[in-house]
Design a protein around this ligand. Structure first.
Ligand code: AMP
Length: 424
């Protein structure tokens, strides 16, 4: 007997048709876009040794502190389901010495990520990201090209209302000074902050700037802006980025509070937000991570990338586009009678050989129940096959909407199917 009441784990989901077609549509557009911009796919494992994420993402980040799915395997190793993709891609780059042949590499990945977060609309414990990483190009130009690519794909996907936020969070040269000043100011206002932020003042003060609680926001708005504390090189980089963005007519908003949740970022950080997603309104985010390859044991090679949330992109996609996927095959084959199955199979095969999708059902149905099912599946046409059709080598095609029907000889089937292919 089947076990009763087994449900899917809290915060994770099943994705059914026709929604899955929306996912594929989005994936395809990104993949086509990546290929135009020279990105190649990389597939990395979905679990890694835990210390990769501890070192890569940072011990005092929310992800590492609270959100990782970590377990001990049967050999006693601490393993973690990946909470994001960059650390794994960098680990692969370093482990396989990809820099030896040519340090410059452009990769993309697609796959599930796992974070133990509080589930809500647009926030899941297993969610899907598409991400890109560029190694060995530390210029603002590559950042602009990548952001232009983001625009390119979002437009193709029919997004018109979105906002690109950009910031610079400096580098190990200039950030410590900013953090020192920020800490002082935050401590002066400690009592007004939430418990998490009180704790973050010591562990990760930059993250306070990211807090969404109203009470914290008032304090945060009074805090010094990181962009005013950049060293000369970071400032030059940032100003050049902004200039190039303007030159390419890429709309952006400067957001000095955009610090992002992962420790590895330096200089440029960015995020794309949309209106119709509620609290979880970020569909894409990324930045520069020049020290990460070295941190994970590789040479001093720069990195830049982003990840987008597929789940959120599906929710945010324009309803008209989504509705265009509510489609079942136009054709349903209804057969009835003795010795008609071989003939029916050969007709089904003919349709499929011509690339035309067709349904049937083999439960020994009557014509009537076939038609009922065809209606339920919203089929536009039903192919009728009975003993008479087999004997006379023909099929009948019934137009369900108009109620008309047409007889097609087996010998004429190819030209009939060509006609339909053209119409579709
Ligand atoms: P991050 O790796 O945190 O920079 O996130 C990149 C993108 O992944 C975000 O902009 C979201 O669109 C998406 N994302 C992050 N966490 C979740 C989650 N728990 N559920 C759904 N999407 C997420």
């Amino acid at each position: 007997m089947a076990a009763k009441g087994i449900k899917c784990v809290k915060g994770v989901r099943d994705i059914f048709p026709p929604e899955i077609d929306i996912w594929k549509f989005i994936e395809n557009i990104w993949e086509e876009t990546f290929s135009l911009y020279g990105f190649k796919e990389i597939r990395v494992p979905i679990f890694e040794y835990t210390n990769l994420f501890q070192r890569g993402i940072g011990e005092s980040t929310d992800i590492v502190e609270k959100e990782m799915y970590t377990f001990t395997d049967k050999s006693g190793n601490s393993i973690t389901l990946r909470p994001e993709g960059t650390a794994s891609v960098v680990r692969a780059y370093v482990e396989h010495n990809l820099n030896k042949e040519s340090p410059f590499n452009k990769f993309y990945y697609i796959g599930p990520m796992f974070r133990y977060e509080r589930p809500q609309k647009g926030r899941y414990r297993q969610f899907y990201q598409i991400g890109v990483e560029v190694f060995d190009d530390n210029s603002p130009e590559i950042e602009v090209e990548t952001l232009e690519m983001v625009n390119f794909a979002l437009k193709k996907l029919g997004f018109s209302k979105y906002e690109l936020n950009v910031n610079s969070i400096g580098c190990p040269e200039c950030r410590p000074n900013f953090i020192k000043i920020l800490k002082e100011k935050l401590n002066e206002n400690k009592e007004k902050l939430c418990d998490d932020c009180k704790r973050r003042i010591d562990t990760n003060p930059l993250r306070v700037l990211d807090c969404k609680k109203e009470s914290c926001k008032t304090v945060i708005n009074e805090m010094p802006k990181i962009t005013e504390y950049l060293c000369e090189d970071c400032k030059k980089h940032h100003l050049r980025l902004l200039k190039l963005l303007k030159g390419r007519k890429i709309n952006y908003v400067e957001n000095p509070l955009l610090v992002r949740g992962l420790d590895y970022y330096v200089r440029t950080t960015f995020e794309v937000v949309v209106e119709n997603l509620g609290a979880q309104n970020a569909i894409l985010g990324g930045g520069r991570y020049d020290g990460l390859v070295k941190e994970l044991g590789g040479p001093d090679i720069s990195g830049f990338g982003f990840a987008l949330g597929l789940d959120r992109m599906v929710i945010a996609l324009n309803e008209n586009i989504k509705n265009s996927f509510q489609k079942n095959p136009d054709f349903y084959l209804a057969y009835f009678g003795e010795n008609v199955i071989d003939y029916s199979f050969s007709i089904l095969e003919k349709f499929r050989e011509k690339g035309i999708s067709v349904y049937t059902n083999f439960k020994g149905r009557s014509f009537k129940s076939h038609l009922r099912l065809a209606n339920r599946l919203n089929s536009k046409f039903v192919i009728l096959i009975g003993e008479d059709e087999v004997k006379n080598n023909k099929i009948i095609v019934k137009n369900m909407k108009e109620g008309t029907q047409r007889e097609i000889k087996f010998d004429d089937l190819n030209s009939f199917l060509d006609e339909i292919s053209k119409e579709n």
